[in-house]
Design a protein around this ligand. Sequence first.
Ligand code: AFP
Length: 364
Amino acid sequence: MSEHRTTLTQYLLDQQQKHGGGKATGDFSGLINAITTAIKVISNQVNKGALIGALGNYGGGGDSVNVQGEVQKKLDVMSNDAIINECQGSGHLAGMASEEMEEIYSIPAGLKRGKYLLVFDPLDGSSNIDVNISVGTIFSVLRAPEGKENPTMEDFLQPGTQQVAAGFAVYGPSTMLVMTTGHGVDGFTLDRDIGAFILTHPKMSIPADTKEFAINASNSRFWEPPVKRYVDECLQGKTGPRGTDFNMRWIASMVAETYRILTRGGVFMYPRDTKDPSKPGRLRLLYEGNPISFIIEQAGGRSITGTQRIMEVEPTGLHQRIAVIFGSKNEVDLIERYHSDHAQGLDREFKSPLFNTRTLFSAE
Ligand code: AFP
């Protein structure tokens, strides 16, 4: 007899029963089904790649650039279209916003509106597509303002603590869906034979400690002192103040790093740096920082800018960037303390020759 398995559809019905307070209308479940249908479409497109002409840059001869000033990949646009097409007619949304679209997307006239807003990065890590490294989709569900036919951009500017749900897909050796509705984090694997997501990783939890960190070390000369101090100590390993060796990863695909951290712990850092002082970070708050932070916190981890909980940052723009440091709680606590020490001038003593503490990165 085949062992019992829970499909995403059954999971949503169970969650609706458990947490819907008897008043659930099925709207939320309907929205998640629409989003995950789009994710299946994207998974298929990513999986086929060159076979369907999905590789390379969008825009034929002249490369097209998105609102971020980054060259758009064909799959960026195809993934954005998949989400718009699958979700706009679901009847559960009052509007959408995407990394790939400068303005918010209003639900076309004639289509039923719903009570949620959907914010998403249709394809995260897209610089990895042509080299066949895992990429993903990130989404965040917010409440739409009641009684407002067409929400404005300002209605999307909600802090991460207001999220109803958040999730991401990783298009890797398996297509995985990871999601939270505020009651823990659950992981699903796409069974292509039946076209359904199966609950395979219930109640994902991040170990509080880790010996693995992820950061793009080519930016080290731009890092602020607390980050330099933290990474320096990790690199000193057993010979330094941490007294143990660390491992380093950098996949340049945040969803893949996030999934690894959910599975075995770790720390991901894309901190504020001096490379472009006009930008407080590389990653975007509304459709990367907030949804990933919601999942990380729900799995027992922490997610900060260095000095503040990311989910408490008051958004000021649809595409605003944010510094991102998240993962194993005790490690993120330490990084936060190093930022606090620096702000109070307490870390200067560590530079004094007395302590003979040499940084492996050139001092600023
Ligand atoms: P792309 O989607 O433009 O590839 O950016 C991916 C990303 O936002 C995040 O997923 C990675 O962790 C980070 O950028 C990689 O940044 P670097 O290319 O500077 O390492």
